[in-house]
Design a protein around this ligand. Structure first.
Ligand SMILES: C[S@@+](CC[C@H](N)C(=O)[O-])C[C@H]1O[C@@H](n2cnc3c(N)ncnc32)[C@H](O)[C@@H]1O
Length: 228
């Protein structure tokens, strides 16, 4: 009995260590992927960021927002030298995931090594109805949708894409990632139909395969600007 409980707790520890390692690797790959996909397009965004006291990121349908640090680091790196304040607002309809994100990242902090000031705020809500959240404002530098789910509920996701585009400032960017080839292709079409101009789409050579055939982490990434 005692031996069995030791084994159980050891297995549990090993599994959570493995999950954490995979997550850390996913986030390192996500950062490289974001830099790669924005490489040819970074100047306009950089100019915009340099004129902003605070860079603002909106992460919609963010779940537990594992990407919170990777996204804010990416924007801080893009903004370059000088004082840096980065604010990320994350939203998802699942209250438990949002509470988890708030517990892990929520609030304000200043990074000792770089002096970057980061603020994270997480809201439970319906990303297809952002008008109900006037407090979040608009004119975001980056609107992000990781592992969008268009395939599952196309009408809802069209509304989410539409609302997301409405939150992108001039010279700001909308970035999406997808788990599946077909879902990515469908989302690209929908976003362009809704007024997004596709700047670049890329297959992530470093994507991590998952159990479901054809599904992998951040398999594709695409960057859009809002058409005038
Ligand atoms: C595939 S998961 C991706 C979660 C997270 N971005 C990630 O990459 O781990 C899709 C997410 O969309 C959220 N979602 C679906 N419809 C939504 C809506 N109308 N408003 C807000 N979130 C929604 C779900 O709750 C879920 O967390």
């Amino acid at each position: 009995m005692f031996l069995r409980s030791i084994t159980k707790s050891t297995i549990k520890k090993r599994v959570s260590k493995q999950i954490k390692e995979e997550l850390d690797e996913d986030m390192a790959r996500l950062r490289r992927m974001l830099h790669s996909v924005t490489k040819g397009d970074a100047d306009a965004v950089r100019r915009r960021l340099q004129n902003r006291d605070e860079a603002r990121i909106l992460d919609l349908a963010c779940g537990a927002c594992n990407e919170a640090e990777a996204l804010t680091d990416f924007v801080a790196e893009l903004k370059g030298g000088g004082e840096k304040k980065i604010k990320l607002t994350g939203m998802d309809m699942r209250a438990r995931e949002i509470a988890d994100a708030q517990r892990r990242f929520g609030g304000r902090k200043i990074l000792e090594e770089t002096g970057v000031e980061k603020e994270f705020d997480f809201l439970t809500g319906d990303a297809s109805k952002l008008d109900a959240h006037g407090e979040m404002g608009d004119d975001f530098d980056l609107v992000f949708l990781r592992h969008q789910n268009y395939w599952n509920a196309d009408k809802t996701w069209e509304e989410i894409f539409d609302q997301a585009l409405g939150k992108v400032g001039d010279d700001g960017r909308l970035i999406i990632t997808s788990y599946f080839d077909k879902e990515h292709a469908l989302a690209l079409k929908a976003i362009q139909r809704l007024g997004g101009e596709l700047i670049k789409t890329e297959f992530n050579e470093e994507t991590r395969e998952l159990m479901t055939p054809g599904k992998s982490v951040d398999r594709h990434v695409a960057v859009f600007r809002r058409k005038d």
